[in-house]
Design a protein around this ligand. Structure first.
Ligand SMILES: [Fe+2]
Length: 503
């Protein structure tokens, strides 16, 4: 370790190369860091030249520069570092300075500027740490300090202006490199090839291609760069035309225009980048929306297909059940078909959605499926049923529910079957459900079931006729039967000529 090196913790140390010619300041800094910030390792260089040599030999995390060195000042050293392509974070300390110097120093992409006041040593470790962590964060984001440096294509026919502006930028805005060209045609050729320009700065009155024509040409070529037009003799009309063509700025060569220029360039590049980011974001959003819409359409189609498959499967299952009932009990089979048809018509008359109508019809065609479990002799008994026999028959709702409850279906088939003998006032069976507890599909099924059962012949009695059936519905409207369902049923028969399908 060199005698001018302070380090207590090699493993996680932050390596600093410090250009400082004053031995007192160097010693003070070393001992302060030794005790207060031992995580730093500091190498001291007494001159600019030694600093550059050590930088080439060693590996550092951050550079600390005293502004005044015996062989060069801070700005000169910064210029050397820029020329060498050094991209490390740099912090400048100085005993004397003013606002102009600060701006100059920071324009080099320097991380921070610290005046040597009474407390500067206390704040220095934190400032250096910040500079290092900012730099690392930028590197992680894929940026380097180099992205803060700009390459400008400068098209100017006057050799005097070309020189003046280039010199001004070297001094006032060293982070901007101007590549001067005295012909617009030549500049166009340069832009057609590979390049890394951030902006085009152009004199309006180029002899070969005037500014407005040039802007048209780069647009046609698809060259996407911000352009700033400068002119010796401005007029409002040209300014408007230039800006309408997409120029980012229009600057008249007045007394202080050179001072304005770096700010105008930075501003234009920032706006250009913002516009690009906005465009990118917009197209990403459009793309995202489109792909989402496509996914939704695809998903909807998939769901629709799945639903159709399910409906077909349920339809097949129901058909098997209908056939089973038909074989065992033709009376019940006919009743189911006719009451299912009536239930569907009532639902349509009430204006229910199609999927509900389909569910009601499907459930209706097997609503008495539970009767399969009741002894045939009871079902077809021509005489009056005993109380016990009737209680067995009443079980058919629950049995039907048991048969259907595991059938995967888009409709509440099992529940409709379970509830088709419930009544609005709770006098029905098997659960004595009331009002809203009875689902609409079951309320419709109940009315259709009663009307069909009363109107048709039964093994134990002749049909009572449709008028008697409708009278029953009218009489118990609101108590046994849902008002709207009863009304729709009565309308169908009395006003719309509905007839039960004959078996
Ligand atoms: Fe029934």
């Amino acid at each position: 370790m060199s005698p001018k090196t302070a380090s207590n913790n090699q493993q996680s140390s932050i390596r600093v190369l410090y250009a400082e010619d004053s031995p007192i300041d160097a010693d003070l800094t070393m001992s302060h860091f030794m005790y207060e910030a031992p995580e730093f390792t500091i190498d001291i260089a007494g001159t600019g030249e030694e600093f550059l040599r050590r930088l080439k030999e060693g590996s550092y995390d951050v550079l600390l520069l005293d502004y005044r060195l015996p062989d060069m000042d801070g700005i000169e050293l910064l210029k050397e570092l820029t020329a060498l392509g050094v991209k490390l974070p740099i912090v400048m300390v100085t005993g004397t300075g003013d606002e102009e110097l600060v701006v100059k120093i920071l324009r080099f992409g320097t991380s921070d500027y610290v005046p040597k006041d009474a407390n500067y040593l206390k704040t220095l470790p934190a400032i250096l740490k910040n500079a290092v962590s900012d730099y690392r964060a930028r590197q992680e984001r894929g940026q380097s300090l180099a992205t803060l440096r700009y390459h400008i294509l400068y098209i100017e026919h006057s050799p005097f202006d070309l020189d003046l502006t280039t010199c001004h930028f070297a001094e006032a805005a060293p982070h901007m490199t101007l590549e001067g060209m005295d012909s617009a045609e030549q500049a166009l050729n340069r832009l057609r090839g590979a390049h890394d320009f951030d902006l085009v700065l152009m004199d309006l009155r180029m002899p070969d291609i005037p500014g407005l024509e040039f802007m048209h040409r780069i647009k046609q070529l698809g060259i996407n760069l911000p352009v700033i037009i400068i002119t010796g003799k401005g007029d409002e009309e040209t300014a408007v035309a230039t800006l309408r063509l997409g120029a980012y700025d229009y600057i008249v060569k007045r007394d202080n225009y050179l001072t304005q220029l770096p700010y105008a360039i930075e501003n234009a590049i920032a706006r250009f980048q913002l516009n690009n980011a906005n465009t990118r974001l917009h197209s990403e959003l459009v793309e995202l929306n489109t792909s989402l819409e496509e996914k939704v359409v695809l998903r909807t189609a998939e769901l629709q297909q799945a639903l159709e498959r399910l409906i077909n499967a349920v339809g097949t299952t129901i058909q098997v059940m209908v056939s089973a009932v038909e074989t065992r009990d033709p009376y019940t089979a006919g009743h189911q078909i006719r009451s299912a048809g009536l239930a569907r018509s009532i639902a349509e008359e009430m204006g229910l959605p199609q999927e509900k109508i389909d569910g009601i019809h499907m459930a209706g065609s097997i609503h008495d499926i539970g009767k399969l479990s009741i002894p045939a002799e009871i079902l077809s008994k021509p005489t009056r049923l005993t109380e016990l026999e009737f209680s067995l028959i009443k079980e058919h709702s629950r049995k039907g529910y048991e048969i259907l409850k595991d059938v995967e279906s888009p409709w509440p088939l099992a529940e409709i079957v379970y509830q088709h003998h419930e009544r609005m006032n709770g006098s029905g069976y098997p659960r004595n459900l009331k009002g809203d507890e009875v689902i609409m599909e079951a309320r419709i099924m109940a009315v259709a079931d009663v009307v069909e059962a009363m109107a048709s012949h039964r093994p134990y009695r002749p049909g009572l006729g449709i008028d008697a059936a409708l009278h029953e519905i009218e009489k118990n409207r609101g108590t046994h039967y849902d008002n709207a369902v009863a009304d729709a049923c009565l309308r169908l028969f009395r006003e719309k000529g509905y007839q039960l399908v004959q078996a």
